[in-house]
Design a protein around this ligand. Structure first.
Ligand code: URA
Length: 434
């Protein structure tokens, strides 16, 4: 098989066979096919796309390029939840303990934050001592013992994706549906769960900027999941403004703790309950979604969900006294209000810019080697649709450096739109694909 012929074939919009796709993925992973040929192929795929069969083969070839977790020794239906990324997205921290406290096994591999979006693993490191690299045996044992474990992604999970993603990143071929589907779903399938619930974010702070593209991606991933015999659903959620009020690591952890104690922001809890009720239905603990949601609400109001969170932090070696007393989290040096420049309604708080502002304070990383400042970030005082008075705080910036704070405030001012016309709150759940 000559790589030249395969590039030519895709360039002309022809279908690649299963054998050809495995040849490409394996050849690239083991270094036999050079970057320049795969770059050309990626660009051909970008323009000509892949049909569902090709996408499935691409996903499976990438999944098979590394380890596949065997979670069969965990009792019950194992479920994974994945978000395509957002600003202020602390859903896993709230959702995981709630459904684990109901008996749903949560065996989750999470990532670190990059760019303007955060990552669950970074947030869990807010608890001193928390171990984010469990061995496979410890991971499985913990899920069997307490129903929840969250660990960083193992190095050899879908290694083809690591190479391909790095190449896509520098060849302007990240935003193509077949390639995104293969990248996300190969890792989800290698993670070995029986069911997957996807949170496909849409809007300014998301990867997919409009509903049409997000819906296409959601359908594509659900299609592949079903072909691989998984129970799967995708929920499209709005990411035009940050989720909840807090953006930044410690600030988001504090918000998640408050949410588990029954004081969560409405929008965050809506996403948590929508995803969670779907997960409970997949687990077969409850067949009716409305009843599943009630189970979750009861777990929060009874304190069961918060107790599970404390148990989970302790099981992974973390200092749970921080969960019991949030004042223990190191505060940032400065808390500066960003004031509204006029009376009116908040029309936009552009999520990407808020994420970038938090990152510029030191709360995010530009490359994987950057060290995060856990204490900085932003806490919103208003959401889109709220009334605001001139001089009132739209949000607060938490900073450790005055110059960085000034820059972040400027970014926030440019990303916040206030005008006299009335404006509705944002619709959060945009669509569900099953
Ligand atoms: N996240 C991934 O893991 N892969 C993509 O291609 C896009 C988002």
């Amino acid at each position: 098989m000559r790589m030249y012929d395969l590039i030519e074939k895709k360039k002309l919009g022809e279908e690649l066979s299963t054998e050809e796709i495995y040849h490409i993925v394996n050849g690239y992973t083991n270094g036999e096919i050079p970057d320049y040929q795969i770059s050309a192929l990626l660009m051909a795929i970008y323009f000509k796309g892949m049909n569902v069969r090709e996408r499935y083969d691409l996903t499976m070839a990438m999944r098979d390029s590394g380890d596949i977790l065997d979670l069969s020794s965990i009792d019950g239906v194992k479920i994974d939840k994945h978000s395509t990324g957002g600003v202020g997205d602390k859903v896993t921290l709230v959702l995981g303990p709630i459904i684990a406290s109901i008996g749903v096994p949560v065996a989750k591999m999470s990532g670190r934050g990059l760019g303007h979006t955060g990552g669950t693993i970074d947030k869990l490191e807010a608890f001193p001592g928390f171990n984010v690299s469990l061995s496979e045996d410890d991971f499985i044992k913990q899920v069997n013992d307490i129903k929840i474990a969250v660990t960083g992604q193992s190095k050899n999970l879908a290694p083809a994706d690591k190479k391909l993603y790095a190449l896509r990143d520098v060849t302007a071929t990240v935003d193509e549906i077949s390639l995104i589907t293969g990248s996300i779903m190969s890792k989800k399938l290698a993670a070995g769960t029986d069911a997957i619930v996807l949170d496909v974010t849409v809007g300014d702070g998301a990867f997919m900027k409009n509903t049409k593209d997000a819906l296409e991606l959601a359908k594509s991933m659900v299609d592949i999941g079903k072909r691989a015999d998984k129970k799967i659903a995708a929920i499209l959620t709005n990411m035009d403004e940050p989720l909840g009020f807090a953006v930044g690591n410690n600030l988001e952890v504090i918000e998640a703790i408050n949410a588990l104690k029954g004081n969560g922001p409405e929008d965050l809890m809506e996403v948590v309950y929508e995803l969670g009720s779907q997960m409970i239905v997949f687990s077969e603990i409850e067949k009716d979604k409305a009843k599943a949601r009630k189970l979750m609400e009861d777990a929060v109001s009874s304190g069961k969900a918060f107790d599970k969170f404390v148990e989970f932090i302790e099981a992974q070696g973390g200092d749970s006294s921080y969960a019991l007393d949030i004042d223990k989290f190191q505060p940032a040096k400065y808390k500066i209000p960003v004031e509204a420049k006029e009376d009116g309604y908040v029309h936009a708080m552009k999520a990407e810019s808020y994420g970038l502002a938090s990152m510029s304070l030191g709360g995010g990383r530009e490359t994987f080697d950057d060290v995060i400042d856990m204490s900085v970030g932003i806490v919103l005082n208003k959401k889109v649709g709220d009334v605001v008075k001139k001089g009132e705080a739209v949000c607060y910036v938490y900073a450790n450096d005055e110059d960085k704070a000034k820059r972040a405030i400027e970014m926030i001012n440019n990303a916040t739109v206030i005008s006299p016309e009335k404006c509705d709150h944002m619709k959060l759940i945009i669509d569900i694909v099953e």
